[in-house]
Design a binder for this molecule. Structure first.
Ligand code: NAP
Length: 671
């Protein structure tokens, strides 16, 4: 096989590895496959290119433009999936493992593309929450906004997910409007490099949005400012070294760390042998130990089982692990490939030895494959009989197919042991007892970024203990790094500055591109329902004619709908109620009358009423009172070529101009 020169892409050009490049071997047969690092590129030039070329180009786009860009990138990577699969075998990963790294990475990008279009505006400013009224009359308001940082995101990634690890950070970064410099772990950087080449060659990204560094980053961290972000994934030891860089500390550079973690899985006291939960537990633990040969930050390292079930769990797990065939990851019948490198194998063996000072070997043979060139290791199950006295099992991460069974006395004991991990990415609880689940969550949540509950009801659709989902946060306190990634739009905010802006409604309307109550309203044109999506502007308002609500209306509505609630039917009972002066109109009657007052009935650009948000009934309406409606275009969100969503601010007012009800109406309007 040709030896691949893994170059760096800096300031718009590829730079070859230098004379002191690191050699990288194939994980499963030890042959030399790549050289990487030591290229002749300049840190200042890389940072400047990102800050002065990539950043402005990305910030000129809206969130929707950037979301479309992500979708195009994800589609391009998907087209090249076979090439990515092919090169990924060299890391020791099987085809099933590719589903996590390659499909998972591309899928994550698709989710961010979709969330960017659905949950973020077609605008450069993200409004974080609603306005706050800071003065008595509403002429001075506050609004939190998020805008992109003006620097660069430096992503330093771990070896175990060369593609997912890059894309799960890159997607929210680009969506935020911030350029990235990606530095993968050298052991698997050839996979990341191929994906970077595919993305760059697609021409989808503006210049400077993505740079790639193979090997070391030089003194880059010494030149970052508070406008930059470091997103680090790797071991606690490296994170500790990097985050204590004096410049990172003095400049207040954001440092998001995802570290290693001694994750636990708790078998509920109710989940005895013979229950679906017992079988589910054995399956999940065995899968977590062997997917990616256990090289997953979220893998289960500590298996907490009731002491009465110790033998049953060990027997079932050992039987399950014995079925795992180990070998060349390209072969169909291989269930588990190799570790990433001989160095990694040596490290895991060393950690197993440390664990054995507190735990006995239940299954697995550390000596197996000792003569092989490939970095193979058998799944290794240990048991620690005294988990209270033990320390190593709670703080030593053997980053391979290694896990330790710990017996617990009762649920409180299980919770205390789980928390001995000192902060984890995830703890799972396999139980069918909702009370056990609730107690366990309350006990472990503060020590975990994620808690995964699973039982017979959810097991078919459950996504797996170890799989971080783009919609849910990934990270964890303490030992896990104290960082937070993913979690939908939350992830995008890590690359933006949140700022409280205070000013008049007119100022805030202009800033956010959405009309704010109190800002000027325009009127006088054709009815807004006769105007197309593109023709409407926030602030356009119509005020309808009044309509008197009669007792007959109330009785008719009650009989027609079956809603004969006493407040609408029985004057004495309604009067006894603290909210009503006597019989009043149904709130839904008022909404229906409001629609009758403001709709334009003819076929036109309004295609559908798709919902209603934030409805509040503020003042009851008695028979004889009249209502009218003030309808204002609040915001517009393009959906596709054909139509977009219009958010209308609706106020139902009585004859004294008091607010009877207020809500936001959503319609789809033709473009
Ligand atoms: P690592 O040795 O800590 O390396 C992580 C990254 O840091 C690599 O890209 C490495 O580059 C880089 N690095 C090391 N020293 C550096 C320095 N002085 N300046 C700049 N960069 C430096 O971790 P790993 O062995 O790649 O990954 C395994 C670990 O990652 C495990 O402990 C696992 O639990 C953790 N992990 C955590 C998560 C999570 O989301 N929490 C996910 C995956 C993995 P080189 O490769 O070039 O040395």
């Amino acid at each position: 096989m040709d030896i691949r020169d893994v170059g760096s892409f800096v300031a718009g050009r590829w730079v070859s590895p230098g004379a002191r490049a690191r050699e990288v071997a194939c994980a499963y047969d030890g042959t030399l496959i790549a050289r990487a690092g030591d290229g002749d590129w300049d840190v200042a030039e890389a940072l400047d290119y990102a800050r002065s070329t990539g950043g402005p180009a990305l910030r000129a786009l809206t969130f929707h433009d950037r979301a479309r860009m992500l979708k195009a990138l994800a589609l391009t990577l998907q087209e090249h999936k076979d090439a990515l699969y092919e090169i990924s075998y060299l890391t020791g990963a099987t085809k099933k493992d590719h589903a996590f790294d390659i499909d998972g990475g591309i899928g994550t990008m698709f989710v961010f593309a979709s969330k960017g279009r659905r949950e973020m505006p077609d605008h450069q400013v993200y409004l974080d929450g609603g306005t706050e009224q800071l003065g008595r009359t509403g002429s001075f308001l506050g609004q939190h906004i998020c805008t992109p940082l003006l620097g660069v995101a430096v992503h330093i990634n771990a070896f175990n997910f060369p593609l997912w690890g890059m894309l799960e950070k890159l997607a929210p970064t680009l969506l935020a409007g911030v350029p990235a410099i990606v530095k993968p772990a050298t052991d698997t950087c050839y996979v990341t490099e191929l994906a970077v080449r595919i993305m760059l060659e697609s021409g989808i990204l503006p210049d400077g949005a993505l740079q790639f560094v193979a090997g070391g980053v030089g003194d880059m961290l010494d030149h970052l400012t508070c406008q930059d972000v470091v997103g680090f994934t790797g071991s606690a030891a490296t994170a500790g070294r990097l985050r204590s860089n004096p410049n990172i500390l003095s400049q207040g550079v954001r440092f998001v760390a995802e570290q290693d973690s001694l994750n636990a899985s708790i078998l509920g006291p109710d989940a005895e042998p013979g229950t679906p939960e017992f079988d589910l537990f054995v399956k999940e633990v065995s899968r977590e130990m062997t997917v990616k040969a256990g090289q997953k930050c979220t893998a289960i390292r500590r298996i907490l089982v009731p002491e009465t079930q110790l033998d049953a769990v060990e027997a079932a797990l050992s039987a399950q692990l014995a079925k795992i065939t180990i070998g060349n990851p390209r072969e169909e019948n291989t269930r588990m490939g190799s570790l990433v490198s001989a160095g990694q194998r040596a490290d895991v063996l060393e950690k197993i030895e440390m664990l054995r000072s507190e735990a006995e070997l239940i299954c697995g043979d550390p000596e197996a494959f000792a003569e092989e060139k490939g970095a193979f290791l058998t799944p290794t199950l240990l048991r620690c009989n005294d988990p209270d006295a033990a320390q190593r099992v709670h703080d030593t991460e053997a980053f391979g197919p290694v896990s330790t069974v710990l017996p617990y006395r009762d649920l409180d004991h299980a919770i205390a042991l789980a928390n001995r991990g000192g902060g984890s990415l995830v703890t799972s609880v396999i139980t069918h007892d909702a009370e056990v689940a609730q107690r366990a969550v309350m006990g472990v949540a503060a020590w975990n970024g994620r808690v995964y509950l699973n039982d017979r009801d959810s097991m078919k659709e459950s996504t797996g203990h170890g799989a971080p989902m783009p919609h849910m946060i990934h990270g964890g306190p303490g030992r896990a790094g104290g960082g937070e990634e993913l979690g939908g739009v939350r992830a995008v905010k890590h690359y933006m500055q949140r700022t409280a802006v205070q000013g008049s409604p007119r100022m805030l309307s202009a800033l956010g591109g959405r009309w704010v109550p109190g800002a000027p309203e325009t009127s006088g044109g054709a009815h807004p329902f006769t105007r197309r999506f593109t023709e409407l502007t926030p602030g356009e308002t119509i005020v309808t004619a009044p309509r008197t609500v009669t007792l007959e209306d109330i009785e008719h509505f009650a009989a027609f709908t079956g809603d004969t609630f006493y407040a609408h039917m029985d004057d004495a009972a309604a009067t006894r109620n603290p909210f009503f002066p006597g019989r009043v109109a149904h709130g839904y009657l008022l909404l229906s009358f409001a629609a009758g007052l403001f709709v334009e009935p003819n076929e036109g650009p309004v295609l559908a009423n798709t919902g209603l948000d934030n409805l509040r009934f503020m003042k009851p309406v008695a028979a004889g009172e009249s209502i009218h409606v003030r309808l204002t275009v609040k915001a517009k969100t393009p959906r596709n070529e054909e139509y977009g969503e219009v958010r209308w601010h609706v106020r139902i007012l009585d004859s004294a101009e008091d607010m009877v009800a207020e809500y936001e109406l959503l319609t789809m309007n033709a473009t």
